[in-house]
Design a protein around this ligand. Structure first.
Ligand SMILES: C[S@@+](CC[C@H](N)C(=O)[O-])C[C@H]1O[C@@H](n2cnc3c(N)ncnc32)[C@H](O)[C@@H]1O
Length: 269
């Protein structure tokens, strides 16, 4: 039995590009009263979001940035190849540091799945944000996906059974097991180590992906965005937790003390 590429398993386990794009577009529309057109997807990996973006509307354009050629090559083979000629013209994927000023100016810069936690020093984080601001149109969004709460720092594992969706390229007998492994957390530095393992039948793929992050807090990120020159910072917080996500995010000044949460810090240029 052939093992599916790790990116296939990753995408099926942790990504839902259409849902995330709906949220992002709704949030942008709520605050700006119009729809975003040009997306920059930072840390884009296999750039599934950028592909979903150009498919969503014939005016939409996207640029994706990632340093690693491997996920980019996978995205080209699996996602880009399925786009129409017109959609392909509206997407550009670059092997490039996200700490960059890019043109044309974007309506939205998105960093999904907590990817900016890779930056451990505040100076570097603020530099990233400044370059993002310089790459955004007036009122453009820097949209950072964040996670936190005690449930994100406890040393524990979360197991989920994943049933790949109908569009999935996975040919493996379904479903498979995804394991999110929270390996260590340092309360002084907020350095946190995580890993993703997969289990396909009796076969285990340990440490398929590993992360060495700084678990930034919302107030830290809000202050950093302000220091980077964003006019306004809005936190989109999920309406109700009770152990289950509702998928409804609203601008909030106070949040409930959820065991674990995902929220969006939006800097408005
Ligand atoms: C956690 S993956 C995120 C993939 C995808 N965006 C998602 O939401 O699931 C992080 C990606 O960031 C890339 N990366 C790390 N540092 C980077 C940097 N400074 N600039 C651009 N990409 C970077 C890695 O190569 C990796 O593909």
């Amino acid at each position: 039995m052939k093992t599916p590429p790790l990116y296939e398993l990753y995408e099926q386990s942790v990504q839902s590009p259409e849902t995330h794009i709906n949220w992002l577009v709704d949030m942008y529309h709520q605050l700006n009263g119009k729809y975003p057109v040009h997306l920059r997807e930072d840390f884009c990996g296999t750039f599934a979001m950028s592909c979903a973006w150009v498919k969503r509307n014939r005016k939409n354009t996207a640029i994706g940035l990632d340093l690693d050629p491997k996920p980019i090559a996978y995205g080209k083979k699996i996602h880009l190849s399925k786009l129409t000629v017109d959609q392909k013209k509206r997407i550009q994927i670059l092997r490039k540091n996200a700490i960059s000023i890019t043109r044309p100016k974007a309506d939205v810069i998105l960093a999904g799945n907590f990817s900016f936690y890779i930056f451990k020093q505040r100076k570097v984080l603020v530099d990233y944000m400044k370059k993002c601001r310089a790459s955004l149109k007036p009122k453009g969004f820097l949209f950072l996906e964040m996670a936190g709460g005690p449930g994100m720092i406890a040393e524990m594992r979360e197991r989920r059974r994943i049933r790949p969706d109908d569009e999935s390229p996975i040919t493996y007998e379904k479903p498979f097991i995804y394991v999110w492994d929270q390996q260590s957390f340092d309360p002084i530095t907020h350095d946190a180590k995580y890993a993703i393992h997969f289990k396909l039948g009796s076969r285990e793929i340990k440490n398929a992906f590993t992360y060495d992050w700084r678990l930034w807090t919302l107030p830290e990120v809000r202050d950093a965005m302000t220091d980077a020159g964003f006019r306004k910072v809005v936190i989109f917080w999920e309406t109700e937790h009770k152990g289950q996500g509702t998928g409804e995010y609203v601008p909030s000044e106070v949040g409930d003390n959820a065991f674990s949460w995902i929220a969006y810090a939006v800097g408005i240029a």
